[in-house]
Design a protein around this ligand. Structure first.
Ligand SMILES: [Zn+2]
Length: 105
């Protein structure tokens, strides 16, 4: 297992421990409805699943499309259950969500 994968597992476990919803969906973003977010920093503050909330200007690597993305370019898609997924800026072509982002150092 890659070190990065261990990091993600740890983040997932933290999310479980904090009773936060898991960002797993078997639906592709293009089957969900995209929401337009007016204040993205505020949205992240309220919906980001992990404790360290990034800044909109932070750069991360999406491990689904392997592109370096700017956090503030995230998209939000709403599933049938009403749950809102923070998705890769390359959605719907990329099905990565916020848990698939790795900080780049
Ligand atoms: Zn992606």
């Amino acid at each position: 297992m890659l070190l990065a994968e261990k990091g993600i597992q740890k983040s997932l476990l933290n999310a479980i421990n904090q009773n936060k919803p898991l960002f797993q969906t078997n639906k592709k973003p293009n089957e969900m409805k995209e929401l337009s977010i007016e204040n993205k920093q505020e949205y992240l503050n309220e919906h980001y699943p992990f404790s360290e909330i990034p800044n909109l200007s932070d750069k991360n690597r999406c491990i689904h499309c392997y592109e370096i993305i700017t956090v503030g370019d995230f998209k939000v898609f709403k599933g049938d259950s009403g749950f809102e997924f923070i998705c890769c800026p390359n959605a719907p072509e990329c099905d990565g969500t916020v848990i698939d982002w790795q900080p780049i150092k």
